[in-house]
Design a protein around this ligand. Sequence first.
Ligand SMILES: NC(=O)c1ccc[n+]([C@@H]2O[C@H](COP(=O)([O-])OP(=O)(O)OC[C@H]3O[C@@H](n4cnc5c(N)ncnc54)[C@H](O)[C@@H]3O)[C@@H](O)[C@H]2O)c1
Length: 257
Amino acid sequence: MDVNGAAAIVTGGASGLGEATARDLAAQGAKVVIADLNEEKGKAIADELGGVFVKVDVSDETQVQAAVDAAVATGAPVRVVVNSAGIGWASRTVGRDGSPHDLASYRKVIEVNLIGTFNGMRIGAAAIAKTEPVDEYGSRGVVINTASVAALEGQTGQVAYSASKGGIVGMTVPAARDLAAIGVRVNTICPGIIDTPIYGEGEQADEFKKKLAAPVVFPKRMGTAAEFAHLVRSLIENDYVNAETVRFDGGIRFQPK
Ligand SMILES: NC(=O)c1ccc[n+]([C@@H]2O[C@H](COP(=O)([O-])OP(=O)(O)OC[C@H]3O[C@@H](n4cnc5c(N)ncnc54)[C@H](O)[C@@H]3O)[C@@H](O)[C@H]2O)c1
């Protein structure tokens, strides 16, 4: 799928992996719609890229619909949805003090990470379905979802986060099957430890990141957001990759802690 001249919606596009993806898609000639909670950063990036910013909570139907409507309103055919908005959470199923995991925070992580991703995919794909196919096979567009290697080997305290990301991995195949009828491919990326603002900034954050990256097999460092964007580009460009979940992690396998 060639994104030049197409509209692309990037949730979470105001920071980290989403921002790098928005920049990469714009560099390829896409009209990018950044759908994010962070208005200040999102608007600045959209302006810089000649794109559009829409303030969106991905778990809200109306707000995501507004972002997709903004993509349609650009006049460029909507061909790409990259779901990158997400939040982290650390809490054990039963804490050291004996109290059970707070249910409201569990719900929140599922709501943003899993339901938010599904929301972006379903509303975005419905817009892609209205475009003209680009080839004789009926290809219309691509959805890329962002899970995590925590979906596959969640660490202690990652029960909510892993469940939310595992849900994204779990819906990849059925969503690709559902959306085949309208010519939309679906692929999911499971990043390992990628250097983004999600880990905070400053000396303490740098120490923490060093510790996190220590078990990476090769190359011995964190991944970069630009490398993530490069993988997104490959998955969009290569028409034969579909219903796939790809690890993007320098070979890391998470240990229990
Ligand atoms: N960085 C990593 O190492 C890593 C590893 C595995 C998975 N991931 C996943 O990649 C995605 C991007 O992470 P990142 O590292 O770029 O983080 P980040 O914090 O830099 O960016 C996340 C963006 O999502 C936005 N966001 C959060 N909640 C939102 C909501 N409800 N609605 C709309 N926007 C919302 C934030 O405003 C922010 O701009 C997340 O889903 C994260 O779980 C990241």
